[in-house]
Write a protein that binds this ligand. Structure first.
Ligand code: C2E
Ligand code: CA
Ligand code: CA
Length: 726
């Protein structure tokens, strides 16, 4: 704009003075320097104002106004220029033509401005240029022709100046003007080109000189949600905070990540690369800014998905493992690792389906979140396994309180009596570094404590202690050894006689399993049978027992039967009748001589399949006894559900029958029940004569116990040899 104003002002001025010099009057004309220069400056100034007013996109209104200012400028220039004449003459003006020419010039300039905005590329320049030239010339010449110079001898001629000075000055000024305009146009083109380039990129660009932003592109302004003008003059750190903490415009060899320091634009991420460049003759920095926000969002989403459980949104195993690994690095910061396992969850899942199971897991998540404090990490490791990393608390007292809080919230929110989908929770706690200084040991020990909590009746919490560790280790070893016991020939059976209470005659034998461990020696069945049941090893072991018992009993004299204990776990395998049939066939034992002893717990799970299996077995002619009656549910419905051949009263009642009235009443009730159902009742564990008399009095026709015989290997064979010797 300034360059255009300069060129217009000087152009008008040059036109005026060259015309004046070409004036062929009767007197030589001389000009004062001051007003001459002033006249040029006035023209430049007026045109500058006019050009600023119309700008790049002239409207009719602004064009009319600017036209008036331009006309005023030319007029002012003309009359100031005239006043510079120093000759002994008076100047007279004829104002009417001058006023008319002013009006015409105004119209011409207004049209020129409008045309500049409205016409095409070339005509938009040519037409306004011609109109302007016309306007300038019209004003000069109308004004000149309306001017009369009258000789005034009272005015002394000033020191004459050579018009050559005037001509050279005008020539120089005009030449200079052309150069300036050319340079201006060139610069303008260059700058627009560069500007176009900076606008074409997707990156935000800012040029920083002496710590202040001197130039930005539109993209950067858009990224910051401000106007470009608001950014200019500010420092880069006003807008960006580098992730590495150093000033954002520090030179780095690679781009730095930055977030925005404008409060409104929280959670926006950028990558800023800083380069040093030469810009307008100065060494500056260019900040190239790339918007990373979207990418960061995806990255975070992926990270979240990879480290969280999709169902509960809790941190998952991977996340938890990382957190734990990080925590065990610092021995001075104790914390508690709390392992949780849901009780009855599998049942809920089986009965109500997976959708219900998912719902329960979400409910549990809510309970756990409610019980922990902000800094505790709750994670779901999978299935119904949860863990809590509780730091910044007293690892013993604090963890205990937390465990109690969790149990309480489960007790109040998960009421099994009202809500069939309610689950319970068992909790095991290991304390760092006391119970393990590395992640693996700590987790293992928390699991051991959890296992103990479950064993001691669910819905409880336990702290880990070293004794637990030993027990668990021993159990693991036994689990492992049990799998090899059949192949290693470590099992054998012993047989305990079953006698008639009245006469003491042997009616049959119960087969009892014995395990001779190669290192530990005899391991009692009360210890290894539950383990074999937990691991499922009882299935092949039970099969082995059946076959072995049948084979042994087949060698006994006719009429003597064998009773074999069958674990509830074996009923979960559908081929039990086939296994029994095979054992009978292989040994040639008559089915009537085999009796299976089952406990009530076999009816707990999948009652219908168990019943079907029992019926199939009974259909072969094998007899079935209800074992350990009185200890479990002692349910009449179980006794009625299946036509048992016998009820065995658990030995715990018999052993206390002498001095415990309650035990005696139970024995009496069971015998009564047996009678009403027409079932013989057997008393187990009879050790003394008094007990024998007592159970006989109560009405038990059969009995078993150390009084009649200890369990021994193949007693009938021995008896037979004795008989044959005798
Ligand atoms: P059970 O079926 O109730 O077996 C009777 C248990 O009472 C046997 O213990 C036997 O030795 C013991 N006993 C017999 N008379 C007396 C007595 O007068 N006084 C005392 N105090 N005890 C007496 P054992 O052999 O230690 O077996 C324990 C349990 O192990 C059995 O209880 C049974 O539930 C299980 N078991 C044993 N062998 C097998 C088997 O082959 N398969 C399965 N599934 N379980 C078995
Ligand atoms: Ca038994
Ligand atoms: Ca028993």
């Amino acid at each position: 704009m300034a360059v255009a104003a300069l060129s217009a002002g000087v152009g008008i001025w040059a036109t005026h003075f060259v015309a004046m010099l070409a004036y062929d009057g009767n007197l030589p004309l001389h000009f004062d320097v001051g007003p001459t220069i002033l006249s040029a400056l006035v023209a430049i100034l007026f045109f500058w104002v006019a050009l600023l007013l119309v700008g790049a996109r002239p409207t009719v209104r602004s064009s009319i106004l600017a036209g008036a200012i331009a006309t005023g400028g030319i007029g002012a220039m003309h009359f100031i220029g005239m006043s510079a004449i120093t000759a002994p003459q008076l100047i007279r003006y004829d104002w009417l033509p001058i006023a008319i020419s002013f009006g015409i010039v105004w119209a011409l300039f207004a049209l020129a401005f409008v045309g500049f905005g409205a016409l095409g590329r070339t005509s938009g320049i040519v037409v306004p240029a011609m109109l302007s030239v016309l306007g300038v010339i019209a004003l000069h010449f109308t004004a000149m022709s309306a001017t009369t110079l009258v000789l005034d001898p009272t005015l002394l001629p000033a020191t004459a100046r050579d018009p050559i000075w005037m001509v050279s000055a005008i020539m120089a000024a005009t030449l200079g003007l052309i150069l300036v305009v050319l340079a201006g146009a060139f610069l303008d083109r260059m700058l627009t080109d560069l500007k176009g380039l900076t606008e074409a990129t997707l990156e935000g660009l800012a040029i920083v000189s002496d710590g202040g932003i001197v130039e930005v592109n539109r993209r950067l302004a858009a990224m910051l949600c401000v106007d470009g003008a608001d950014v200019i003059g500010t420092t880069p750190s006003r807008w960006f905070v580098a992730a590495d903490g150093l000033p954002i415009d520090d030179a780095r060899d690679r781009p730095v990540e930055a977030c925005v320091s404008v409060a409104m634009l929280e959670d926006q991420w950028f990558e800023v690369a800083t380069h040093s460049i030469e810009y307008r003759g100065r060494s500056c920095q260019v900040l190239a800014v790339r918007d990373l926000t979207e990418r960061k969002r995806f990255e975070r989403r992926i990270q979240h998905l990879a480290s969280h459980d999709a169902l509960t949104q809790l941190p998952n195993r991977g996340h938890f493992t990382q957190a734990l690994e990080a925590r065990v690095g610092d021995l001075s910061q104790p914390f508690a690792l709390i392992a949780l396992d849901l009780d009855r969850f599998k049942a809920v899942n089986d009965i109500f389906g997976h959708a219900a199971g998912d719902e329960v897991l979400c409910r549990v998540t809510k309970l756990l979140r409610g019980a922990v404090r902000g800094e505790d990490l709750v994670a779901r490791l999978g299935g119904d396994e949860f863990v809590i990393l509780a730091s910044n608390i007293d690892p013993t007292d604090g963890a205990q309180q937390l465990a109690q809080r969790i149990l309480q919230s489960f007790a109040s929110e998960m009421d099994v009596s009202r809500d069939p989908m309610a689950v319970g929770v068992s909790i095991g706690i290991a304390v760092f570094p006391r119970d393990g200084s590395d992640a693996a040991t700590l987790r293992q020990n928390a699991d051991i404590a959890l296992y103990r909590a479950k064993e001691s009746g669910r819905g409880q919490f336990r702290f880990f202690d070293t004794q637990m560790d030993m027990l668990v280790r021993e159990r693991r070893e036994l689990e492992h050894d049990l799998r090899q016991a059949i192949a290693g020939n470590e099992f054998h059976l012993v047989f305990q006689p079953l006698v008639s209470t009245a006469r003491g005659a042997v009616m049959g034998y119960e087969a009892l399993l014995r395990w001779h461990h190669p290192v530990r020696g005899e391991v009692p069945p009360d210890v290894f049978i539950p383990i074999a049941e937990d691991t499922g090893a009882i299935v092949p072991i039970g099969e082995w027992v059946l076959k072995q018992a049948c084979r042994t009993a087949a060698g006994w004299p006719g009429g003597i039967g064998v009773a074999v204990n069958v674990s509830p776990v074996q009923f979960r395998i559908p081929n039990l009748p086939a296994v029994v049939a095979a054992a009978l066939e292989e040994s040639g034992l008559a089915p009537e001589r085999l009796e299976l002893e089952v406990t009530e717990s076999a009816f707990l799970r999948s009652r219908d399949t168990t019943l079907a299996t029992l019926h199939a077995i009974k259909a072969m002619g094998v007899r079935v006894a209800m074992d350990d009656f009185g200890t479990g549910y002692s349910s009449l419905s179980n006794l009625q559900a299946f036509p048992f051949d016998k009820i065995k009263i658990d030995r715990s009642f018999v052993s206390s029958v002498e001095d415990d009235d309650a035990a005696r009443s139970i024995v009496r009730a069971i015998v009564g029940l047996g009678k009403s159902l027409n079932l013989p009742v057997v008393a187990e564990g009879v050790e003394t004569e008094a007990q024998r008399l007592m159970v006989m009095e109560e009405g038990c026709p059969q009995a078993q116990g150390y009084l009649f015989g200890m369990p021994s290997t193949n007693p009938e064979r021995k008896a037979a040899t004795l008989r044959s010797v005798g």
